[in-house]
Design a protein around this ligand. Structure first.
Ligand SMILES: [Zn+2]
Ligand SMILES: [Zn+2]
Length: 290
């Protein structure tokens, strides 16, 4: 009988903490990775690295290897694209100012949506802030508004609060203003990071998805990889993305997009293999915490 290595669990490179729209602290995120027996985990909050230090501390305490990253909102030709920036230097001025602008735009947008809602629901910005766990450092998103609507008793849960109010087709929705994806790729590369398009074929998020030409253009700008293994990419789309990655010499990653109790996604439901993680580490400006 041949001995088989069954401890070779993958890395979940796409997880959110309460520093954006997840429900758990960075420590809770690391503990969940340990509980699931993952080889390692990534923290990728929206447009911030605010959770990195806490995650690093927990990673060392519990012996769970950690990839530090951020999920950056971007735009291609009117299509909303999420870009995972991994292992970049947080001291980089270009990336810093990009995050600052994005976060300012996000806050303006959220305040505008609350203003729109307040015409029909007695809700204030303070009600939204009351839903934010990590204070000023948190990237405030629509889920926080939805949670405030639930807390005020207007809706039974987050999904109901989204439906018909602040979802894309809802009357109170305000569209996002995001930097161009090419600018984001270049900023991540400038900061020595690794740029991966998150859920590139998520039809639930966009009416149109990125074409082969869009992805080839970003590859030319320095894109490193595609998050092929994600629940929002259909099996057919995963095949298409695998073919594209082969042609364009891009890395292929997987992640759960875990949000704690905020979404049904289970940590470790999609993962990245060890060889790809080592290549990401080789390209990154900062190391994996091990
Ligand atoms: Zn995303
Ligand atoms: Zn995400």
């Amino acid at each position: 009988m041949t001995a088989r290595n069954v401890t070779n669990a993958g890395w979940d490179l796409h997880c959110h903490s309460a520093y954006s729209d997840g429900t758990e602290s960075p420590e809770g995120l690391v503990l969940e990775a340990r509980r699931r027996g993952l080889a390692g985990v990534g923290i990728t909050d929206h447009d911030t690295w605010a959770g990195w230090d806490e995650a690093e501390e927990a990673s060392r305490r519990y012996g769970v290897p950690l990839v530090r990253g951020t999920e950056i909102t971007a735009d291609v030709d009117g299509i909303c694209v999420h870009m995972l920036g991994l292992l970049y230097s947080p001291d980089d001025e270009v990336l810093r100012s990009l995050f600052e602008t994005t976060r300012e735009n996000r806050t303006k947008r959220m305040k505008k949506m609350v203003e729109n809602l307040s015409a029909d629901f007695p809700i204030t910005w303070d009600d939204v802030i009351a839903q934010v766990k990590e204070g000023e450092a948190t990237t405030i998103g629509r889920p926080h508004i939805a949670d405030a609507m639930v807390a005020l008793g207007f809706f039974p849960n987050r999904s109901a609060a989204f439906a018909g109010t602040i979802n894309k087709n809802g009357p109170y929705y305000v569209p996002i203003v995001s930097p161009d994806a090419r600018t984001v790729v270049e900023a991540v590369k400038h900061a020595g990071g690794v740029a991966v398009i998150a859920h590139p074929a998520a039809t639930s998020r966009n009416k149109r998805i990125l074409t082969d030409e869009h992805i080839a253009g970003l590859a030319q700008a320095g894109l490193d990889g595609l998050e092929v293994f994600h629940r929002d990419n259909s099996p057919e789309q995963q095949q298409r993305l695998l073919g594209l990655a082969r042609d364009l010499h891009l890395l292929t990653t997987g992640g759960s997009d875990w949000h704690g109790a905020g979404k049904p996604n289970v940590m470790g439901e999609n993962t990245t293999d060890a060889a790809t993680v080592e290549e990401i580490a080789r390209r990154g400006a900062i190391g994996i915490v091990r």
